[in-house]
Ligand binder design. Structure first.
Ligand SMILES: Nc1ncnc2c1ncn2[C@@H]1O[C@H](COP(=O)(O)OP(=O)(O)OP(=O)(O)O)[C@@H](O)[C@H]1O
Ligand SMILES: [Mg+2]
Length: 445
């Protein structure tokens, strides 16, 4: 499995459902000895609750239990979640029982009484099957865009890096201007990788006051400080087995950076007010729209931390570098808002699209998304016209500010900008400019 290829493997999570307490305990003990992470439940209602709170790789359930039986649990799981293997255990072995278990979606069947060795062999076979299934799925992931819209060359690079990041446990640093989709990329790395069944915890370093951040990240012991009435689990520990996304890492204070570095190096954290080490296997994905190298030069960011978090470096391009993606994003958001509103919404005129291409987009995709939403809501008639655009946009189209150039210079620059914006595709550039390809070729000369 991919998770094992770099660093420690993520333990598989097993949910054991059995009304018999002795049975639960014995199974749990054996599975934990094997390195699996185990949670037990005495019945179907509790299991449903556990499934709502947590994700599991394998469910081992008893068939006959008071209140609701194992088949009901299996049906529920199959209706709601696919990425889990189910093993049915029963003390009343019968052909019918087995047939029914398999029909309802349990792929595996184990008859009681079983020896420890039989249990472990069965569970290993189940895990092996799960891993094979997931590997097939992650191979299909190559060439995927993870729900992120974009076809530009700049985004193809990002998709390749996401695929690479999915295949390892290395820490990832995502940089890019505000609103370029950094969080979207972080989620893609988590949800398309082997940690997907463990939590993705997102923390914005600027949103938490300095005095609280340590206890938020690492947790605190009961009574650690005034107001710490109850013990608290920190985000690092909650994300164990999964991913901790630290947004705006460039804004973390130097003292925070020191604590982060220790946690990463030792894979160990200490709750505030406690000296008991807690082992964590948490992958870090950090994001920032600041230039960390610049911050290092100014002494505001630790260089040693930088190298720890920056093993895989993904730079998300600005909208200006993404050319024809602007059209794709406009039509994506247009369709999305039409669907949300449940009605046909006005279309974009070519002229509006042209002005959007020329605009500088300081707020990137987020700004584009907001603008599309606004235009769709306020435009009258069936077409969105240039007069519907905010005035700041109409007059700030790239290049229109300088007033010292000839028409020929302006034209040449505009033609080149349009061409660059469609990744050099002359047919598309000619279509935007409303000239034929031959004229375009001449202008380019
Ligand atoms: N390629 C894309 N396809 C579809 N939606 C996108 C894309 N990129 C960004 N978005 C959308 O744009 C918005 C901003 O994205 P996101 O929050 O990931 O940006 P960010 O880089 O983290 O911004 P900030 O620096 O402000 O935190 C979100 O609503 C996101 O869904
Ligand atoms: Mg963000």
């Amino acid at each position: 499995m991919n998770a094992a290829s770099e660093g420690k493997a993520v333990p598989f999570r097993i949910l054991v459902v059995d009304d018999d307490a002795d049975s639960r305990e014995v199974i749990q003990a054996h599975l934990e000895d094997e390195g699996y992470r185990v949670r037990t439940c005495p019945g179907v209602p509790q299991a449903l609750q556990a499934l709502a709170q947590d994700t599991f790789d394998v469910i081992i359930t008893d068939l006959r239990m008071p209140r609701a039986n194992g088949l009901e649990l299996i049906r529920h799981v199959r209706q709601n979640q696919q990425d889990v293997e189910i093993m049915m255990v029963t003390g009343y072995p019968s052909i019918e029982g087995a047939v029914e278990a398999v029909k309802s979606g349990a792929e595996h069947y184990l008859a009681k009484p079983f020896t420890d060795a039989e249990l472990l062999t069965a569970v290993r076979a189940v895990i092996e099957k799960l891993v094979r299934k997931r590997m097939v799925r992650s191979e299909n992931v190559a060439g995927r865009t993870y729900g992120i819209i974009g076809e530009s060359a700049a985004m193809q690079k990002v998709f390749k890096l996401i695929a690479k990041a999915c295949q390892s446990n290395a820490n990832v640093h995502i940089s890019g201007e505000s609103g370029t989709g950094k969080e979207l990329v972080a989620r893609a790395v988590h949800y398309a990788g082997p940690r997907r069944s463990a939590p993705f915890v997102s923390v914005n370093c600027t949103a938490i006051p300095e005095s609280l951040i340590e206890s938020e990240l690492f947790g605190h012991a009961k009574g650690a400080f005034t107001g710490a009435g109850e013990a608290r689990t920190g985000f690092f520990q909650i994300a164990h087995g999964g991913t901790l996304f630290l947004d705006e890492i460039g804004d973390a204070s130097l003292s925070m950076q020191g604590k982060l570095l220790r946690a990463i190096q030792d894979k160990t954290i200490y709750k505030v007010g406690s000296s008991r080490p807690i082992q964590v296997d948490t992958r870090l994905i950090c994001a920032t729209n600041k230039d960390l190298l610049q911050l290092i030069k100014k002494g505001l960011f630790r260089e040693d931390l930088y190298y720890r978090i920056n093993v895989i470096d993904i730079t998300v391009p600005s909208l200006r570098e993404r050319g024809a993606d602007i059209f794709l994003l406009v039509s994506h958001f247009h369709a999305k808002f039409a669907k949300d509103l449940g009605r046909k919404v006005p279309a974009f005129s070519d002229e509006v699209l042209r002005q959007m291409m020329a605009y500088h987009w300081p707020g990137n995709v987020r700004e584009l998304e907001n603008l599309v939403q606004k235009l769709v809501l306020v435009a009258e008639g069936d077409t969105i016209m240039p007069t519907d655009l905010p005035s700041a946009m109409r007059f700030s189209a790239a290049g229109s500010r300088r007033l010292d150039r000839s028409l020929a210079e302006m034209e040449s620059e505009y033609v080149h900008d349009v061409l660059a914006s469609v990744d050099g595709n002359k047919t598309r550039a000619a279509a935007i400019l409303k000239i034929d390809r031959k004229t375009l070729r001449e202008k380019l000369k």
